[in-house]
Design a protein around this ligand. Structure first.
Ligand SMILES: [Zn+2]
Ligand SMILES: [Zn+2]
Length: 320
């Protein structure tokens, strides 16, 4: 794709847990998680290094003429978020630089965690054999800058230390929150779930939020031009998967509504969800959003989805 002056986002991997190639996932994609972000000042940010970072690397090999400088923002080190890193070909090229940002684990450095992945028992490579320069930065809840891009982090409710990223550049805001689970099963108190809908006022939803940590999540996402959230389960599936660290899609869309975001993308698709099933989940979220004034645009992430944060939404790919 050609990159202009706006902040642009491209999805290279949308699947949670395990890659799921095949004809039944061909539209939403089978690669695990990876999102590319380009800012107007030319910074290349990569959110997570699931298997989707492999085709991104090949794309960069073909299109980048200068030595590459990239920033990899890891949410956490579960496999589906790092399994593609050894195969990120630009990191094997002398002169290229990859700065890895990740949550600070008090027990092990991020370098040690990634070296454990790179054990010869798992895969025949070591971090030292990567010919590019690797830098490591560890994060708690804080704010920092990469060029003119301001980035804020916040811990998410997951089974290990996991960071959400709020990326602000050129007056545009992207918020990326995966993997994350509600604290009390849903966002809104039961009494607000019905009466709140009657008001059709998205800002009024914030009065009905059940748990203060979920309110923090809403604040973190507030006003985003694009909000990407783990939406792994249907509400029915979630009832038997509480504590697994992931969101039902009704919680995710409620966060998007309460945070008054402009666009919401369902992300971290369950490996068992085929394209038609995901289409139905997206439609359910759209219907829920349509009960409110000025609802956000709602999409289910697919591999190859490109979004210009200030531009119109692209059309969805047709059925094969
Ligand atoms: Zn995951
Ligand atoms: Zn995880």
């Amino acid at each position: 794709m050609g990159w202009g002056q706006e902040v642009k986002v491209r999805f290279w991997g949308t699947r949670g847990s395990i890659p799921t190639p095949g004809p039944l996932t061909v539209r939403h994609g089978g690669n695990t998680l990876c999102v590319e972000v380009r800012t107007a000042d030319g910074a290349l940010l990569i959110l997570d290094a699931g298997s989707g970072i492999f085709p991104l690397g090949l794309h960069l090999d073909r299109t980048e003429s200068r030595p590459l400088q990239a920033h990899l923002l890891l949410t956490h080190t579960h496999w589906d978020h790092i399994q593609g890193l050894p195969f990120f070909t630009p990191a094997h090229v002398p002169g290229n630089q990859l700065c890895v940002w990740a949550p600070r684990d008090p027990r092990r450095t991020i370098r040690e965690l990634l070296e454990a992945q790179a054990s010869c028992n798992n895969i025949p490579y070591h971090l030292e054999t990567m010919a590019g320069q690797l830098l490591f930065r560890e994060l708690a809840e804080e704010e920092f800058c990469i060029g003119k891009t301001r980035i804020r982090t916040q811990f998410l409710n997951h089974t290990v230390l996991c960071l959400g990223y709020r990326i602000e550049a050129d007056g545009q805001v992207l918020v990326h929150c995966t993997d994350v689970e509600p604290h009390l099963g849903g966002l809104l108190r039961k009494d607000r779930k019905d009466s709140g809908l009657a008001s059709r006022d998205r800002s009024a939803m914030r009065e009905g939020i059940m748990h203060r940590e979920d309110a923090r999540l809403v604040s973190f996402a507030r006003g985003a031009d694009l909000y990407i959230q783990d939406s792994m389960y249907t509400p029915e599936e979630y009832s038997s998967r509480r504590g697994w660290g992931h969101s039902p899609c009704d919680f995710a869309i409620d966060v998007a509504l309460a945070a008054e975001v402009r666009r919401f993308v369902l992300f971290h698709h369950d490996p068992d969800h085929e394209d038609a099933f995901l289409d139905a989940m997206v439609e359910t979220c759209r219907e829920r959003a349509a009960r409110y004034q000025d609802p956000p645009q709602v999409l289910g992430a697919w591999e190859g989805l490109e979004i210009d944060l200030q531009g119109p939404l692209p059309g969805e790919p047709g059925a094969p």
